[in-house]
Design a protein around this ligand. Structure first.
Ligand SMILES: Cc1ncc(COP(=O)(O)O)c(C=O)c1O
Length: 408
């Protein structure tokens, strides 16, 4: 038998199994209340609108185009719709600044491919989106901790990289409702991040996957919009904005986009030509129609439901978590991030929880580039009713309470 391990490329060794993807399988077990998967509620998908869109497309003279190969940049009408949305947010993009991807996950992979040579440094938050780490890992980077609340000077990052024989290439982050914490960058942190990127002369990857899911508070400017205003237009920006229709319309159709300066868009197009030629034509056409017909109404509908679930989770946490446990109070997104006393390992807690409480969550260390963060856990409220959330938090609170009592 071939010794596969002996012939894998070095990059393959960095492709570890994802704890979270394994956990998604638990969603299928009916006796578990799962807060593990960070996925949209399928009951909220605009299925009728998609049924009409696909039927209209396939029943019209556009059927041939819909089933044909298409250009790597993406479907023009969809790119035009995105241009309008970006323009309305103070970004002077035109169609040449928009590139359609198969979900924003593909954008992260292509950007890793484009920007990272082995050993290059990527600045990421501690914790950060696990899927971004998976995407970047294949390009064998070194990670450093991006912490905007700390007083690290840009030079500190540059020096640390240099000492490791590396160079900083980009900062990756979600400015709005991060996965896993649900938190946003303040306006000051946004400026500070761009100041730092200017000083280091690096790119900024802005992951906007959850941006449309705001339940309260004022909408902040995107990093790309601030960058446009500071630098005098999109062609002079360093920010690569990764958008997605997954959390609003449908993740199954796999449609996302990058908005950025044209030179980097041209390179992304070449990456896509080599990888998959283009994202599925008919899906892009259907997304364009459904977005044109009612994106805002859909966003309003789902935010009302998710707001109620977020409120239910925050109320249930207050009611049931013992002293010593704290959590974030997100204004949007799908997640609440719990911090347990230092000595509690959330991976061990998960095992207990699945057995005793029949409650699933994601242990925190999955989201740390260095595997730390063991006393944190991520809860997603997107797919549970307020009743299930109350019951789940009651059981989890009781379990954590008994762990704390046992350790006291
Ligand atoms: C922060 C973040 N970015 C990107 C993605 C990828 O989403 P998609 O590829 O469906 O657009 C996800 C998915 O959960 C996410 O949580």
């Amino acid at each position: 038998m071939l010794d596969w391990e002996a012939i894998y490329a070095t990059r393959a060794k960095r492709m570890g199994a994802s704890e979270i993807r394994e956990l998604l399988k638990l969603l299928d077990q009916p006796d578990i209340i799962s807060f593990a998967g960070g996925i949209p509620d399928p009951a909220l998908f605009p299925a009728a609108a998609f049924q009409k869109a696909y039927s209209d497309i396939l029943g019209s003279s556009e059927a041939g185009q819909a089933l044909q190969y298409s250009v790597s940049e993406g479907y023009g009408r969809l790119r035009e719709w995105i241009v309008q949305r970006m323009n309305a947010r103070g970004i002077d993009a035109d169609i040449g600044n928009i590139f359609i991807t198969s979900g924003s996950q593909q954008a992260l992979d292509y950007l890793g491919k484009l920007l990272l040579s082995p050993g290059d440094t990527a600045l990421v938050q501690w914790p950060t989106y696990l899927g971004a780490l998976q995407a970047f890992n294949a390009y064998e980077p070194r990670y450093d901790r991006l912490d905007l609340s700390r007083n690290a000077a840009p030079q500190d990052y540059a020096t640390a990289a240099k000492d490791a024989g590396s160079r900083v290439k980009f900062a990756y982050l979600s400015a709005d409702f991060s996965n896993p914490t649900g938190e946003c960058l303040t306006p000051m942190e946004r400026e500070k991040l761009l100041d730092m990127a200017d000083a280091l002369d690096i790119a900024v990857i802005e992951d906007a996957a959850y941006r449309a899911l705001r339940y309260e508070g004022e909408r902040q400017q995107t990093l790309l919009a601030i960058d446009c205003a500071r630098s005098g237009g999109i062609e002079k920006t360093r920010t690569l904005y990764c958008g997605s229709f997954s959390k609003t319309l449908s993740p199954g159709l796999r449609v996302g986009w990058v908005c950025a300066a044209t030179p980097v868009i041209r390179r992304l197009v070449l990456a896509k030509q080599a990888a998959d030629l283009h994202s599925p034509t008919i899906n892009q056409m259907a997304i364009a129609r459904v977005a044109e017909a009612g994106f805002d109404a859909q966003a309003e509908k789902i935010t009302a439901v998710y707001r109620e679930r977020r409120d239910a989770m925050l109320n249930a946490l207050s009611a049931h978590m013992p002293q010593g446990v704290s959590w974030t109070k997100p204004e949007g997104g799908m997640f609440v991030w719990l911090t347990l006393p230092e000595h509690i390992d959330s991976a061990a807690l998960l095992k207990e929880s699945l057995k005793e409480a029949k409650v699933a969550f994601v242990p925190g260390n999955a989201f740390y580039a260095d595997g730390s963060g063991k006393n944190h856990l991520r809860l997603s409220f997107s797919c549970s009713t307020p009743g299930a959330i109350e019951e789940g938090m009651r059981r989890l609170g009781a379990l954590i309470g008994s762990e704390l009592a046992a350790a006291a």
